[in-house]
Ligand binder design. Structure first.
Ligand code: UDX
Length: 451
């Protein structure tokens, strides 16, 4: 029997492409065939970064459509990219589906479109072509609950119609949900700017198309954010997603750090990785380097080629020589394998949702340094609700000092309560994805429905 054919389309960012590729792997394991649609620019990067052939390549066809943006510079302007994508991509997407569905092989027809929630237009195209639709939400359930409550926030005078908070008060989306700071709303971190308005509008505008979906799934599990799932009952958690995604990295993984980790004592290494967007100014970059030196611990630090805003990764004078016996810098790490490695003691993270879930899956405690978007909200849950990490505190100039890095690393590594909570949460996470667990069942129901 031929495999049911599903078309998957992520938003063109690492934190969106990665979990949708993991979902695709899981679907291939359950007998599906996937067409994975990236923008041309992301497609090129992913293909260039591929480290080795994978069994999944036979069943995942990677294709590309244009995003309508001319240059990489324009592509870095999130507002411009998102606005252009909406104008250009639906036409290409529709053409692609029609081409597949009109091909000679009748069994190859698309059975379902799984679209990132931020691409509401993809659901509209699927509906027009009478194809089943599923939304993948790439962040926390709390954030989706917030997004779906935007009209009520406006009505209650908490934000204006452009998303700008009108009050500093803490708000509750429901009586059982933890309080939320208006300053932690995803769009609020961009200040009163055009980008803030564009991001708010995108989130607001996508809400109606989300209702076109037959299923809404996300990378989370019920016990992690029960009140949010109660507030959005049709949102089904299928996480934590666990596949190792060799097919979707934007930068080539440096696998040599795994053998370096093999040489280190158990639970001795601080893993430092700030996701795919975080940019540090030179002063902050130096302070982080000197902080890692001051800690006196072993460390593995991901220094992405574009981590600093002056485009250099020139370390403070003599740094590399002084730390060479206990520190290792790589351009991009196989993060899942690193986090699961017995030598890793803690994770200094920007609190991106994927990184957060990956750490929870292996019970690694977190040192939180949010950068933007949903990361402040995630940090709040990590430190205050789940109690599996500590937050770094900027000084009066907004800088995280080397002393602050040291104080918090020492504090985290000596905190048995946090380590125990992290291990307990890991157990709950693993139970969810084991046979019979709630996330496992949600995934089974989802694929049975599509089949
Ligand atoms: C973005 C937003 O920043 C984040 O807040 C949102 O929740 C999702 O989109 P990003 O900054 O890329 O994501 O962070 P994150 O969500 O953590 O995703 C990064 C992914 O890259 C993770 O899956 C991580 O395992 C992977 N990664 C990171 C590597 O494989 N190697 C690395 O060296 C660093």
């Amino acid at each position: 029997m031929s495999r049911p054919h599903v078309l998957v389309i992520p938003y063109p960012a690492q934190g969106h492409v990665m979990p949708l590729m993991e979902l695709s792997h899981n679907m291939v394991d359950r007998g599906f065939k996937i067409t994975f649609v990236n923008t041309e620019s992301i497609h090129k990067r992913v293909v260039a970064a591929m480290s080795k052939n994978s069994d999944y390549e036979d069943f995942i066809n990677m294709v590309a459509i244009p995003d309508g943006v001319e240059t990489e510079e324009e592509r870095n302007d999130l507002g411009k990219l998102s606005n252009t994508m909406i104008k250009v991509m639906p036409g290409h997407f529709e053409k692609l589906i029609k081409k597949i569905n009109e091909s000679k092989d009748g069994d190859d027809k698309i059975a379902c479109v799984i679209a990132d929630q931020t691409l509401g237009w993809a659901l509209e195209v699927a509906e027009k072509l009478s194809i089943q639709r599923a939304v993948f939400w790439s962040s926390s359930a709390v954030l989706l609950a917030l997004t779906l409550h935007i009209p009520r926030l406006i009505e209650d005078g908490i934000i204006n119609t452009e998303g700008i908070p009108l009050t500093n008060q803490m708000i509750h989306l429901s009586t059982t949900m933890p309080a939320m700071k208006t300053g932690h709303f995803v769009w609020a971190c961009f200040g009163d700017s055009d980008l803030q308005k564009t991001i708010f509008k995108l989130m607001f505008d996508n809400t109606p198309s989300t209702k076109l979906a037959n299923y809404i799934i996300c990378n989370s599990f019920y016990e992690l954010e029960p009140s949010a799932f109660n507030l959005v009952p049709n949102l089904k958690p299928i996480g934590p997603l666990l596949a190792s995604s060799r097919l979707a990295h934007f930068w080539p993984e440096d696998l040599t750090c795994l053998s370096w980790l093999d040489q280190q004592p158990a639970k001795s290494v601080i893993y430092v990785a700030l996701g795919s967007f975080t940019v540090l100014d030179k002063r902050q970059f130096d302070e982080l380097a000197l902080g890692l030196e001051l800690c006196g611990q072993r460390f593995l630090w991901v220094v992405r080629p574009d981590l600093t805003n002056d485009g250099t990764d020139s370390y403070p004078d003599g740094f590399e020589t002084r730390v060479c016996s206990r520190g290792r810098m790589v351009g991009w790490a196989p993060q899942r394998e690193v986090l699961a490695h017995p030598s890793v003691a803690c994770f200094l993270t920007h609190c991106g949702w994927n990184s957060t879930l990956e750490a929870i899956s292996v019970g690694v405690p977190l040192l939180c340094w949010p950068y933007f978007a949903d990361q402040n909200l995630n940090k709040e849950y990590i430190c205050e609700i789940w109690k599996i990490g500590l937050g770094l505190k900027p000084d009066e100039n907004g800088l995280i000092s080397r002393d602050e890095f040291k104080t918090k690393v020492v504090g985290l590594l000596g905190n048995e309560e946090i380590k125990t909570s992290a291990m307990e949460l890991k157990e709950i996470a693993m139970k969810n994805v084991s046979s019979g667990g709630a996330s496992f069942k949600n995934f089974e129901d989802f694929i049975e429905e599509i089949k």
